[in-house]
Design a protein around this ligand. Structure first.
Ligand code: ARG
Length: 419
C-alpha cells in the first residue's frame, strides 16, 4: 500500500462475496477514489458471467469482461507436452491465474489505474500467483481480504449492513473454481479428508459406468493435439467437446490431499475429463517414440515443470529452460493414439507413429535373429556381465562381515570385558 493512495483500482471481480465486499472497502479502508471490476473468461460457465454482470450493475461498478479462452486453451495444450500434473491435478486453476492476472493488468494499464486488487485469502495459492504477475508492474497491489483479516461471517454482516448484492450469502455449499481445463470443489464437509463425497459434488462427470464404452482417436503433431477422431478443431472447442464426451464415462475425477505452496495440506476434488484423455494419449505416444533414457529423464523435467505451473510461474527462467528440453523431445511426438473411455477410466489401447522406436521383428517371439548382424546368442556375454559389480560388492561385504564376526568371537574369548 502506498502512503497516499489515489486514483482507480482494477479489481479481479467474480461477483462472489469476497470480491463484492472489496468494492466499497477499497474506497473506505484504503482511500482510493474509484474501483473498476475485471472478469476474465477462461471458460467458466455462462452463469458466472451473468452473476458478475448483475452484481456489478447493482454495485454501480464499471465492469470489463476479457475473453482469454484461446490463450488459456493454448497454455493447457502446452502443458500436455510436459504431461503436466501436480500430485495428480492437471493444473486448471493454477495455469489460469497468470493468464487472468495479465489480462487484468492490461485493462488496468489501458484505463490508467494506479493499483490492482484481488479477493484472495492469505491461506491459498492464488494470492501468490496473481501477485507474481502484478508485482512486475509499477502498480500498487491490494489484497483486502487478506490485509484486513476478513472472515466470511464478517463479510456477510458487512454486506447485509451495506445492502450489497450477495444472494444466497456465501453463494453455495462449496467453494468451486471452474475453467476450461478443470473444475475444483472444496470446503464444507469435503474439508474432512475422511468424508466420502457423494455424486452431488460432480458436475462435469457422470457416475462411472453410466455410458456405453467408446474409443476416441487423438492425433498429435510434435506433441501438440491436432485432431480428435480425424477432425481438426480450435483448441477451445476441442477441450470443451472432449470434456463433455469423456465426462459421460466418469473420466477424470481426482480426490487428493494437495500440498499448497504455503505448506497447508487441503483436500481437493477435481473433474478434468478432457485433460485426462489428452494426458493419457500423450504419455502413451511418448512411450512409443522416446528412448528409455529420454523417458526417464523427462519424468523429472515434467515434474519440475508442473511444480512451476502450480506456483503460477510459467514465465520463470527455469520454466523456459525446462521447456527447451521438452520441446526438443516433442519433435518426435507425432502420431495417433486410441483411447478407450470406459467406467471412469481413459486407457490407451492403441498407438502408432512414424517415429516409433520399435522393430516388430526384433522384439518378436517368432524370429530367431534380432537383426541381420545380432543373434540371440550374442546376449550370452551381456548376461554374464549383468550384475557383475553388484555380485562383487555383495561378496566383499559378506567377507568383511564374516571376518568381523570372527574377530568379535576371538576378542570376546580373550578379554571378556563387558559382560
Ligand atoms: N487447489 C487448487 C489450486 O490451488 C485449486 C483451488 C481452486 N479454488 C477453489 N475455490 N475451489 O490450484
Amino acid at each position: 500500500m502506498t502512503s497516499d493512495p489515489s486514483g482507480t483500482v482494477a479489481l479481479a471481480f467474480s461477483g462472489g462475496l469476497d470480491t463484492t465486499v472489496c468494492v466499497p472497502l477499497i474506497k473506505e479502508e484504503y482511500g482510493y477514489d474509484d474501483v473498476i471490476g475485471v472478469t476474465v473468461d477462461v471458460g467458466q460457465p455462462a452463469k458466472e458471467f451473468d452473476e458478475a454482470e448483475e452484481t456489478a450493475e447493482e454495485l454501480g461498478l464499471d465492469h470489463y469482461v476479457v475473453d482469454a479462452k484461446e490463450e488459456f486453451a493454448d497454455l493447457c495444450l502446452q502443458s500436455v507436452k510436459a504431461n503436466g500434473t501436480y500430485q495428480g491435478y492437471p493444473l486448471g486453476t493454477a495455469l489460469a491465474r497468470p493468464v487472468i492476472a495479465n489480462a487484468i493488468l492490461e485493462v488496468a494499464e489501458e484505463q490508467g489505474c494506479s493499483a490492482l486488487a484481488h479477493g484472495c485469502t492469505g491461506k491459498g495459492n492464488d494470492q501468490l500467483r496473481f501477485e507474481a504477475v502484478w508485482r512486475a508492474s509499477d502498480l500498487d497491489v491490494l489484497a483486502p481480504v487478506r490485509e484486513l483479516g476478513l472472515t466470511r461471517e464478517w463479510e456477510n454482516e458487512y454486506a447485509a449492513e451495506k445492502g450489497l448484492p450477495v444472494e444466497g450469502g456465501d453463494g453455495g455449499r462449496w467453494s468451486i473454481d471452474t475453467n476450461l481445463w478443470s473444475r475444483s470443489v472444496e470446503g464444507s464437509e469435503l474439508e474432512d479428508p475422511a468424508h466420502v463425497p457423494g455424486e452431488e459434488i460432480y458436475d462435469w462427470t457422470q457416475a462411472p459406468g453410466s455410458a456405453e464404452p467408446e474409443t476416441v482417436e487423438i492425433e498429435f503433431e510434435q506433441g501438440e493435439v491436432v485432431a480428435v477422431d480425424g477432425q481438426s478443431q480450435d483448441a477451445v472447442s476441442l477441450v470443451e467437446d472432449l470434456n463433455e464426451r469423456a465426462g459421460k464415462h466418469g473420466v477424470g475425477r481426482t480426490d487428493t490431499m494437495e500440498d499448497r505452496m504455503l505448506g497447508l495440506k487441503v483436500r481437493e476434488n477435481y473433474e478434468h475429463p478432457a485433460a485426462t484423455v489428452l494426458l493419457t494419449a500423450h504419455e502413451a505416444l511418448e512411450s512409443l517414440v522416446l528412448t528409455q533414457e529420454e523417458r526417464s529423464f523427462k519424468t523429472g523435467i515434467d515434474q519440475r515443470w508442473a511444480e512451476k505451473g502450480y506456483e503460477g510461474l510459467v514465465d520463470a527462467p527455469l520454466t523456459k529452460a525446462l521447456e527447451g528440453f521438452i520441446e526438443q523431445t516433442q519433435t518426435k511426438v507425432t502420431g495417433t493414439v486410441t483411447v478407450k473411455l470406459d467406467g471412469g477410466q481413459a486407457r490407451a489401447v492403441g498407438r502408432e507413429s512414424e517415429y516409433a522406436v520399435y522393430s516388430e521383428s526384433a522384439a518378436s517371439f517368432n524370429e530367431e535373429a534380432v537383426t541381420d548382424d545380432i543373434e540371440q546368442d550374442d546376449a550370452t556375454g551381456v548376461a554374464k556381465y549383468h550384475g557383475f559389480q553388484s555380485r562383487l560388492a555383495n561378496r566383499v561385504a559378506e567377507n568383511v562381515a564374516a571376518k568381523q564376526a570372527e574377530a568379535a568371537t576371538d576378542g570376546g574369548e580373550e578379554t571378556d570385558t563387558d559382560e
